[in-house]
Design a protein around this ligand. Sequence first.
Ligand code: SF4
Length: 366
Amino acid sequence: MPKNIYRPSSLPRAFLCPGSLRNVPAEIESSGEPARVGNAVHMALAQFIRCGVGDFSYAASFYGVDADEVRWLYFEGVQWWERLKPFFEGGRVEAEHFMRRGNIQGTADVIAWLDGDCLRVLDWKSGYVLTDAWHQCSAYAWLGEEEIHGLPIERIECFVVWLRHGHLDKEHYTPEQLAKWRGSLDKDVLAKPKTYRAGDQCEYCRKRPKCRAFGKYLMAASDCMGNVMDAAHHVGLGAVYARAKQLKSAITKFDKIIALRVKTEGSVDLGDGTQLVQGMRDKTTMDLRKAWTILTDNFTADELVECMSASLSKFKKLCPDKAHREFLMSALEDAGAIETKSAPHGLKIEPIEQPQLENGGDKADG
Ligand code: SF4
């Protein structure tokens, strides 16, 4: 067996930062809340594909996550599967199929070996951030190619379903393209285990807490800071912005880790005559179910809406059935109860659109 085994999901980051693969066991599981929600959704959907029904409540309790969240994502997956199922019929179909080839191993959410020399793979994504899944799909396709045990195959297709976004990515490969991709993995990633490149790819990297390259990347933010006040330093501003995002996310994560330690183990002696303890303050809450009648007896509807906020996404989650959800949204729209308008939502870096010249860009005469 090869010394190091790699997971398809780790490869998109590895093509940006080869060092991120170093000394990370292939079987390592992430224990964060989003990862556990993803595991629960995958479990329920695999059951649905095998048996026609998935126990999302059991899956949610097994992984200790919010059942509403799992139910919503599960039903999104069910609806996608009903649409995509015809593409997987007519051959051997397996849900949660484990594969290993050389130094890559992974579990395809759905894989089908079809007549006509075609292989199809489906991957469920339950995360919040849409990322480029091309390298991950390439790895599944490369693994799947091996599974046909030398039979000729002409076309490999990967479907990536983004459950939160209602979005589908589709990739096609030929065996020649996959061989080229594998060559690039060996040459550009695996042959450079000590090459570290920090950037947006650090966001969910397990090595981040101890990574020196990431530390240097953040420290460089202070060098750029001096330039921020000078409006002429646009390049410096971009560098600070990218690092500030990472810094903010690292601080939030470290803050949570320290708070969890104090919560589970009690006060921490800081060694200088002080200790870190859980601060407390009184907080009064209201049980809306019990308060509802009293509130509606005492206030007008206009007064009540000033004091409350309603989450459209939570109402949507109450309607796992697509038809019911569409009915609800159109009834709310008809009543003028909802409106969509553009509002500031953080900053982002994007290419500047070049103005189009008239006459297809030809220079004007004279
Ligand atoms: S934290 Fe960033 S730089 Fe460090 S290994 Fe991970 S991706 Fe690479």
